[in-house]
Design a protein around this ligand. Structure first.
Ligand SMILES: [Zn+2]
Ligand SMILES: [Zn+2]
Length: 212
């Protein structure tokens, strides 16, 4: 499994392309590519490595994580998938885009399919298990690959921090409970790829995260 990280849009959001080295199938997680330069960089990477985009999945549906969905959907013929409890955020996309000065973007790309809270997402020989950890947003999902010990945490957990809970339908207690009960039970060596900032591990956060 290969993980390629892109840092996109004014929010410095991490977009991941996760590919299966055997089949060359890949999943794009949280397509945040906003301008032409960002869009060409992800397209170039996918073409140069002869990858086939099999899934376009979202940890959650905040603006900075979905603003590249239209491009990836159109370019590679896939539809975004996410938890249904975050779908209301797509209706807020246009107003938020204007508020954050990225007006001119088209309406949010509609979802093609819902991911259930303990659902599985497969591409090539890789299977992610979805873990529902609400609180940053009501439909926040983490994607866990047990065989490689990898977790894509979206904005649930960061190195030394947690997601903010002051956005629509955020809930601090729910977020803390979810991280403690659903993420801190994973093996300590699990590598955590966050929605912003550097990677971390479950073991590191158990010791050093001041919120937990
Ligand atoms: Zn977010
Ligand atoms: Zn974010």
């Amino acid at each position: 499994m290969t993980v390629k990280t892109f840092i996109f849009n004014p929010f410095m959001e991490n977009t991941y392309v996760v590919s299966d080295d055997d089949t060359k199938e890949c999943a794009v997680i949280d397509a945040g590519c906003l301008d032409k330069t960002e869009q060409s960089s992800i397209e170039h990477y996918i073409k140069e490595n002869s990858l086939t985009v099999n899934r376009l999945i979202n940890t959650h549906l905040h603006l900075d994580h979905v603003c590249g969905n239209n491009f990836v959907s159109r370019t590679f013929g896939v539809k975004p998938e996410a938890h249904k409890d975050d779908e209301f955020l797509l209706a807020l996309f246009g107003a938020q885009a204007v508020a954050f000065g990225i007006a001119g973007t088209e309406p949010a790309c509609p979802l093609g399919r819902y991911i259930e809270e303990t659902g599985h997402i497969s591409f090539g020989n890789i299977t992610f298990t979805a873990i529902h950890v609400p609180g940053h947003s009501p439909g926040s999902l983490c994607f866990y690959d047990k065989s490689s010990g990898t977790l894509f945490a979206g904005d649930v957990l960061f190195r030394g921090s947690i997601g903010r809970t002051d956005l629509p339908k955020g809930n601090y207690d729910q977020l803390i409970e979810g991280i403690t009960q659903k993420l801190f039970v994973l093996p300590e060596e699990t590598v955590v790829y966050c929605g912003h900032g550097p990677t971390t591990t479950i073991g590191y956060e158990k010791i050093y995260n001041p919120y937990l």
